[in-house]
Design a protein around this ligand. Sequence first.
Ligand code: DGT
Ligand code: CA
Ligand code: CA
Length: 575
Amino acid sequence: MSIHNKDIADVFEQVADLLEIKGDNPFRIRAYRNAARTVGNLSRNVSDLISQEEDLTQYPGVGKDLAGKIEQVATTGELKLLERLRRQIPGELSELMKIPGLGPKRVATMYHELDISKPDQLQKAAEAGEIHELPGFGCKIEQNILDEVKRLSEEKYHQLKLTEAEQFAEPLIDYLKKVKGIKKITIAGSYRRRKDTVGDLDILATCQEGSKLMDRFVGYEDVEKVVSKGQTRSTVLLRSGFQVDLRIVPQVSYGAALMYFTGSKDHNIAVRKIALRKNLKLNEYGLFRGKKRIAGKTESHVYEALGLSFIEPELRENRGEIEAVYNGKGLPDLLTLNNVRGDLHIHTKYTDGHHTIRQMAEAAKNRGYEYIAITDHTKRLTVTGGLNVKELHKQMKEIEEVNENTKDMTILKASEVDILKDGSLDLPDSVLKELDLTVCAVHYTFGLSKEKQTERIMKAMDNPYFNILAHPSGRLINERQAYQVDMEKIMNAAKNGGCLLELNAHPDRLDLDDVHCQMAKEIGVKIVLSTDAHRMDGLDTMRFGVGQARRGWLGAENVANTRSLKELREIFNRN
Ligand code: DGT
Ligand code: CA
Ligand code: CA
């Protein structure tokens, strides 16, 4: 039985939720949350680490006790502590905590006063007007809860973050590839389009012995339920509830099928219209003139036969890509990972990172980068141990020392400066001016009105030492909505003032999103791609940012950290 990192992370999240509802020790709760995050974000599979007898305590926030618990979940799929907690209070309470506006206190109150432990019970009670009378609630909160419960129940199914989908997909593909006679195998759908979240996996394969491949697929150890099994198509649910489809197609149709199942649906519909205009028929088997297949083996053949040039999967959202190739205007040369010359948002041990300046610099150099910026937090963000001026000066000195001893890599002095509620920055100008650049961010008071939040950020950008607006919308995928902000206004102001916007590549954020990237390009404001790495391997998440940038039509010319250090310095000097 293979247990995925996400399964383990979910167990620890649930433990933390239940402890919090019980009112347990905050430090203990935080330890479980940190463990969940660490495990969820690991690039390697924990089950593999354990079978290779690697020491889990090398990971941040993982002590001996937690390492033992992680091993327990990874090997048995269960955790005794969680079972014990579930005997005391219902495990479903942790689901209720996912509803925006419901924290542990409110969940505990609803449970003790009204015996509510499930979303449908909550909805009934809210509709009956029983919630607002509880201590710590009110009519407005009751209404919000009701709206959120309805919204969540209407979501067709839970979308996984792209990184989570990868953790399920990669071992499965490796496993399937071991079948003899398999020629090609690709994951199509939103996964191939590098969408930030993925609903299900659509796998396509060509294989001489199709029935062997199908047998192997439904026999995968992680399959909980075989929804359907046929000669050319099967659907399974993995234990996490994630759905996977496998289709076996003939080689002559592979390109047409790949195109069809890569989607998006809107892109397909628009391409099919072009086919119809040319009196051709396009489906997943090929492009046909009458009964004759005129293309189908590769996607390029199909696009070409339609008079179109090849469209990269990330662009297939019917957001202008078809018009661009149809009118001969052409598509942009999309950004690639190779274009990126440095990472400008990196944390170290000085605040909540886990490695030293030197380690992060070495790791960046190993990835072929020419420069990085060290951007630890400022003092307002106390939970991260944000730096005061004295500590920042100490860090600057260390950066100078490391720079002197490092070849072919420049470490820039920077800071992730908090944008305070009134729009001022969390460091005095006299200190900001000593930095090579600043990455500025909103980390609290997310609930301001759109007007006030926009004003706050605009005022911050008026500071001549403001360079990059970090994770501009504040969203955490599947966890926290973006705050209200007038992004177009901010982008215009940034462009006029010489500020830049970040595309934070962390797979939990991917902020700016694809649509906003496209908006930034149209407005002409420059983007910076950064990972917000808190560990050395965090630098590898750049590829998620690149996928998102491509979805937003960005080319190297739209992204500042594809430039030389000299050009960058000019960009960051706004005066
Ligand atoms: P997801 O799984 O919700 O993240 O998104 P997709 O894009 O992977 O969608 P999915 O799995 O429902 O279907 C895979 C692809 O199959 C989709 O991108 C386009 C194609 N497709 C599905 N349904 C239709 C349809 O009704 N018409 C057309 N033209 N294509 C469809
Ligand atoms: Ca899909
Ligand atoms: Ca599907």
